[in-house]
Write a new protein. Structure first.
Length: 551
């Protein structure tokens, strides 16, 4: 059994020491879930509410009630606020703008507790991918899969290494119980991408099979299609989805290749490598998206927008990680690229601003997922990076916000961030080879819980996985002494509301609606939240919002 060790931060008080491990001896033949609440699955497919002795007083969403948001829905002013909010479906304004969040948690609301843990079935105990969240099941039995159902957690489990066979599993967000296990094998080290790729109102899962072909599954696990062309370098990478050409159909990005929504190859750009997580953004301001591969960016028709030969030549077989945000005073986005030798900042046209930033002395292995967020509430973005022995947050001018000691010699792991209290100050979340961490803005440890991993390309994620109006953290492991997947919540479910989706490795909020649909015209993320690989708070009605800076 692992122990969560909590230390008192600047504004956090009364934190507890609690058990956070999984009992592998209790593993069932179809996988086991250990949960803090006595939740069961009813015969009609709906989940019963947790027992009163264990569950928070407001955790009734699983019994068929509407989602609970502690943001004032139903308050005294609602009589003059227009028609009732439809909490089951995405509103028109969800991605069109970002208002100020009104919900703020009490200052002592960081009390992490294990919500559930899951151990994979039949020896497939290793989770080497980033946990994802989306609605795939009709939990309330109303004949529709929508936001009034409990979100599902999607990940890949395996037992024979990163290139070995794996299986997509779908877990109930509130209990961690195994709901679906796909019968067809996928590569254990590839993080899937989730979206409605065929406009049927249901989310599909896109992954890679044992022959390195792109495969798409229906929401219920049925095979939809298999590409005829293989991906040349699928080892320990991630897929991305976006509507690159604004035609209403979703494209799939795999390394330096782009496929259409039926699995047909659109184009392959020169150079591909291991450990890739490509993304898409409108870098040139023409309204459609470029596919961004780390060393290069290509227009949707396969013509190059920019190619940085220095990054490509220095990469060997290792792919650089691209992240997109507005990181300077001009209105255009920048591309922050994590290469083997250090971090590069490129202008939107690929021109380098600075190169090979490697601040803590490690000489290599800087090609890891980076996250971007306003950590310190100054209305300016910072970025968080990992190395062999450090996890740190830096200003864009390379000044450190904090530097923490970690153990990640095996490389590749990344982190994320979320403002759990709605205070305008975000917490940094990272998982190394031995420990999952949450850091306050000054580097104070708010949570450290054991986990075991070879640190591939995975990182923890944050979402409201049980529709209770409070964020949770998902943490994977290789299953060697710690559970395959753990869900961490605040013991009183006081953390502020988060979106109920995390659909891909290069998640950046405006790329996907909460129902899993991809915008035909993706709003530029850097004009609103200006974040990358971090979660957003939601307000009453489900629209994205941003906490006010302190003071």
């Amino acid at each position: 059994m692992g122990i969560v060790t909590l230390q008192r931060p600047r504004v956090i008080a009364m934190l507890l020491v609690l058990s956070c491990g999984g009992d592998r001896g209790a593993e069932a033949s179809v996988g086991s879930a250990q949960t803090t609440a006595a939740a069961t699955t009813e015969g009609d497919g709906t989940r019963a509410s947790a027992s009163e002795s264990d569950a928070p007083a407001d955790s009734s969403a699983g019994s068929g009630a509407l989602p609970i948001f502690d943001v004032g829905v139903g308050g005294t002013d609602d009589a003059d606020s227009g028609p009732p909010v439809d909490l089951c479906h995405v509103g028109d304004g969800e991605l069109s703008g970002v208002g100020s969040c009104k919900d703020v948690a009490p200052a002592d609301s960081f009390d992490p507790a294990l919500q559930w843990s899951f151990t994979g079935p039949g020896g497939m105990v290793s989770c080497m991918t980033t946990p994802l969240v989306v609605n795939l099941t009709d939990d309330n039995g109303d004949g529709s899969i929508d936001l009034c159902d409990i979100p599902d957690v999607v990940t890949v489990v395996g037992g024979q290494g990163e290139s070995g066979p794996g299986t997509v599993v779908v877990l109930a967000g509130d209990t961690g119980e195994l709901e679906l296990m796909f019968g067809m094998g996928v590569q254990a080290g590839i993080t899937p991408a989730l979206s409605d790729i065929d406009d049927d109102g249901l989310v599909e899962i896109v992954s890679v099979d044992g022959q390195a072909r792109i495969v798409a599954f229906e929401h219920d696990g049925a095979l939809k299609w298999t590409s005829s062309v293989s991906w040349s370098h699928p080892q320990t990478g991630a897929l991305a989805v976006a509507d690159l050409d604004n035609d209403g159909d979703v494209e799939i990005i795999a390394g330096s290749s782009v496929f259409d929504h039926t699995g047909g190859l659109v184009f392959t750009a020169p150079f591909d490598g291991l450990y890739s997580a490509s993304t898409a953004a409108d870098l040139d301001g023409d309204g459609d998206l470029e596919a961004i591969f780390g060393h290069a960016a290509y227009h949707h028709d396969g013509t190059p927008y920019y190619v940085n030969a220095d990054i490509q030549n220095g990469a060997s077989s290792i792919t650089a990680y691209p992240q997109v945000a507005n990181l300077d005073d001009d209105p255009e986005p920048e591309v922050l690229v994590a290469t083997e030798r250090g971090i590069w900042l490129l202008e939107h046209d690929g021109t380098p601003t600075w190169t090979n930033f490697a601040p803590t002395g490690e000489l290599e292995d800087w090609n890891r997922p980076v996250n971007i967020h306003d950590f310190d509430g100054d209305n300016e973005p910072e970025f968080a990076i990992s190395s062999y022995y450090h996890y740190a947050v830096y200003e864009v001018d390379q000044m450190p916000v904090f530097v923490a000691d970690v153990v990640d010699v095996s490389g590749q792991a990344g982190g994320t961030a979320f403002d759990f209290l709605g205070s305008g100050i975000a917490q940094a979340i990272y998982a190394d080879e031995e420990t999952s961490w949450v850091f306050d803005i000054d580097g104070t440890v708010l949570m450290s819980t054991p986990r075991s991993s070879g640190t591939w390309t995975e990182y923890p994620t944050v979402a409201d996985i049980d529709n209770d109006g409070s964020a949770e953290i998902l943490i994977g492991s290789d299953g060697q002494g710690t559970p395959t997947l753990q869900a961490i919540r605040d013991a009183g479910d006081r953390w502020i509301p988060a979106r109920r989706i995390w659909n891909q490795h290069t998640y950046h909020v405006t790329n996907v609606r909460e129902d899993g649909t991809i915008p035909q015209f993706e709003p530029p993320n850097w004009e609103t939240l200006n974040t990358f690989r971090t979660q957003a708070q939601i307000a009453a009605g489900g629209d994205v919002c941003k906490p006010e800076p302190p003071g």
